[in-house]
Design a protein around this ligand. Structure first.
Ligand SMILES: NC(=O)c1ccc[n+]([C@@H]2O[C@H](COP(=O)([O-])OP(=O)(O)OC[C@H]3O[C@@H](n4cnc5c(N)ncnc54)[C@H](OP(=O)(O)O)[C@@H]3O)[C@@H](O)[C@H]2O)c1
Length: 246
């Protein structure tokens, strides 16, 4: 049977900023297994090389810090033609409204909104015909949580950017956004194991699917966003039912 995703991705250049861990890494694995030529990017070259060596297929690495505008420009100019750009890179800051330090808020805005904005803009001249851009927000944009109001607002900004760009880049690129619920990734690696597992269990139990997500489940949605030519300006909620839970 023909695999529509393989047909669509074979030989295509997929660039994943944030591809060294979590959902970006899972997307790199899936895209490479479907025959894409994959470039993974983030700030840490050693980490990227170690990840690339684990993945079967045509995979290369290119370091970039999305918050370094001049660096992004040079990096983009060295990519060659890009068929699909995925930006999962981010860092998040948590804290109550009255307590979150302004510098932490600014840092999150830089890493999760301005960095992806600049990265997409600098890759624009190198996009191939039929290109797509996939950004990442998160469930907090429309299902707020106390202590994560700033992050929710930044997620909402990414979703607004997605919809605006889908119009502005019409004919040049389709633009979509993945909004994950809680997914077990390296993003939580800094937590003590017991607290992390407890959080996964607590959030998972509150969801219709009864558990938190796996990175490969999000990767499947990213591949769909890359390959479905009728999809643009959409925010795909892959959240185990978080938006509709009690
Ligand atoms: N995991 C969740 O539960 C969850 C829930 C909702 C939304 N999300 C969103 O989904 C996306 C993917 O999350 P994830 O959990 O897969 O993330 P992750 O595992 O923490 O990976 C993020 C990646 O971004 C890279 N990165 C961070 N800042 C960067 C920068 N300035 N420039 C370049 N690369 C940078 C990091 O690598 P280096 O440190 O090596 O640069 C890392 O590889 C993010 O936008 C996140 O906010 C996640």
């Amino acid at each position: 049977m023909t695999n529509v995703f393989e047909t669509a991705l074979k030989g295509k250049h997929v660039v994943i900023v944030g591809g060294g861990s979590g959902m970006g890494k899972a997307t790199a694995e899936l895209a490479a297994s479907l025959g894409a030529r994959v470039t993974i990017a983030s700030r840490n070259e050693e980490k990227l090389k170690a990840v690339a060596s684990e993945i079967k297929g045509d995979i290369s690495v290119a370091t970039v810090d999305t918050t370094d505008e001049a660096g992004v420009k040079t990096w983009a100019a060295n990519l060659g033609k890009v068929d699909h750009l995925v930006i999962s890179a981010s860092s998040a800051a948590h804290g109550a409204f009255a307590e979150l330090p302004t510098d932490d808020l600014r840092g999150m805005l830089e890493a999760k909104f301005i960095g992806p904005y600049v990265t997409a803009r600098e890759v624009l001249p190198y996009l191939a015909d039929g290109a797509s851009i996939t950004l990442f927000s998160g469930v907090l944009s429309r299902r707020p949580s106390v202590g994560a109001t700033g992050l929710g607002a930044v997620n909402a900004a990414v979703e607004a950017l997605t919809m605006g760009l889908a119009q502005e880049l019409a004919g040049k690129a389709r633009v979509n956004c993945i909004s994950p619920g809680m997914v077990a990734t390296e993003a939580y690696a800094g937590m003590p194991e017991e607290a992390r597992e407890g959080m996964y269990a607590q959030v998972g139990n509150s969801l219709p699917v009864g558990r938190v997500g796996k990175a490969n489940e999000i990767a499947q949605a990213v591949v769909m966003a890359m390959t479905n030519d009728f999809l643009t300006g959409s925010v795909l909620d892959i959240d185990g039912g978080h938006l509709v839970r009690d």
